[in-house]
Write a protein that binds this ligand. Structure first.
Ligand SMILES: Cc1cc2nc3c(=O)[nH]c(=O)nc-3n(C[C@H](O)[C@H](O)[C@H](O)COP(=O)(O)OP(=O)(O)OC[C@H]3O[C@@H](n4cnc5c(N)ncnc54)[C@H](O)[C@@H]3O)c2cc1C
Length: 335
């Protein structure tokens, strides 16, 4: 059999999360390295049939569905044990996953039981001529990057920052090869029981992990005036951030500051509200995938960084936007 690149699928409410397709794009880029010319997606817990042609049209060769009660919900010990046995058996070259709470736990367990290396939060990866792999990741709050080289041979386990993953180009619909593996239940696992999964409140989640950020500046105002930013973030399921004046007013704590002396963020969407886009602020957000800027001044520097610019007053626009989003979420009915 030819070498394979494996992708651990991320599922959201039973559907394939967009980041899985981003990993397919990375796998295509790395295809051929170490002789690995097949892409296999591992799907724990089953997959709706309509996703299969989508995976096929992205160039996925095979989908490996991991079935059985033990894969119905995450169990670190059990998943790591089963996945490492499968890895030993099939010897893939590279194993890619998206960085999230699940892989932060699973990745090190999976790698340790294989005595393999694990590179987390990668933002780039390239094969070495000698058949090994080197990756790049941000450290020191994004101010520095480090190159990390795997010293031992495959498999190489790597988690990618979701925000750097871009959509894969789709071709004609086709069905990938499908294989199902049924494993026993988590009763086999033993030492730890998962009692409950408690979702983090997105408004207060760490900015570095946020997919959506609503950031306010001096133009929003301090204290109660800032509520419009919180309301929009809540409607979008996003996190709240601010520029330095907002932190200086103590409207937000320091860990919510974006910029040169604050956090470096890479969300899928950043909404910049009533902020000018000073150098020291944009240094911390210029790698955001999509930026929407709202400012009364059409010459504001932030518009140079925006995919969509709205000239207007945040106190008029944000409440309307939040209201409209809430309405859409409730099927067009007033809340
Ligand atoms: C060494 C150093 C480090 C720094 N580090 C950081 C940092 O990490 N992060 C950071 O953010 N700053 C940092 N700063 C400060 C930075 O230089 C800017 O002063 C700051 O980013 C400006 O914040 P602002 O955009 O909110 O305010 P302003 O520059 O005052 O901009 C306010 C904007 O709001 C608009 N506006 C006003 N009213 C409305 C309204 N009703 N609706 C819509 N728009 C409106 C205005 O047109 C204006 O563009 C640093 C400065 C120094 C010297």
């Amino acid at each position: 059999m030819n070498g394979e690149i494996w992708i651990l699928a991320s599922l959201e409410k039973g559907s394939m999360a967009e980041e899985t397709y981003g990993l397919v794009a990375e796998a295509w880029r790395l295809r051929g390295a170490g002789g690995a010319d097949r892409i296999t997606v591992l799907v724990p817990g089953g997959l709706p049939g309509e996703e299969l042609p989508n995976l096929g049209s992205c160039g996925v060769d095979r989908v490996l569905i991991l079935e059985g009660p033990g894969f119905a919900q995450y169990d670190g010990e059990f998943w790591a044990r089963k996945l490492s046995a499968l890895t030993r058996d099939r010897a893939p070259y590279l194993i890619l996953m998206a960085h999230n709470a699940l892989t932060e736990d699973l990745g090190p367990r999976w790698a340790a039981s294989l005595e393999a290396g694990f590179l987390s939060r990668a933002c780039d990866l390239w094969p070495d001529p000698g058949g090994l792999v080197t990756g790049l990741r941000a450290i020191a709050n994004g101010h520095l990057f480090e190159e990390v080289e795997f010293l031992a041979g495959s498999p190489f386990l790597v988690s990618f920052l979701p925000s750097i993953l871009t959509a894969v180009e789709k071709g004609a619909k086709r069905l990938p090869e499908i294989e199902s593996i049924t494993a026993g239940g988590p009763a086999e696992s033993g030492r730890v029981n998962l009692l409950e999964v408690i979702a983090a409140d997105p408004e207060s989640a760490a900015l570095e992990d946020a997919e959506i950020i609503v950031s306010g500046g001096r133009g929003v105002g301090s204290g109660a005036a800032f509520q419009v930013v919180w309301d929009l973030a809540r409607a979008l399921g996003g996190s709240v951030a601010g520029t330095r004046p907002v932190i200086d007013w103590q409207t937000l704590p320091f860990e919510r500051q974006i910029g040169q002396t604050g956090k470096t963020v890479t969300p899928r969407l950043l909404i910049a509200c009533g902020l000018s886009g000073a150098n020291e602020f944009t240094a911390g957000m210029e790698k955001s995938q999509q930026v929407i800027a709202i400012n009364t001044d059409p010459r504001a520097r932030i518009f140079q960084f925006a995919d969509l610019g709205v000239v207007g007053d945040v106190h008029v626009i944000l409440p309307r936007l939040a209201e409209r989003i809430e309405k859409e979420k409730h099927g067009g009915q007033d809340t």
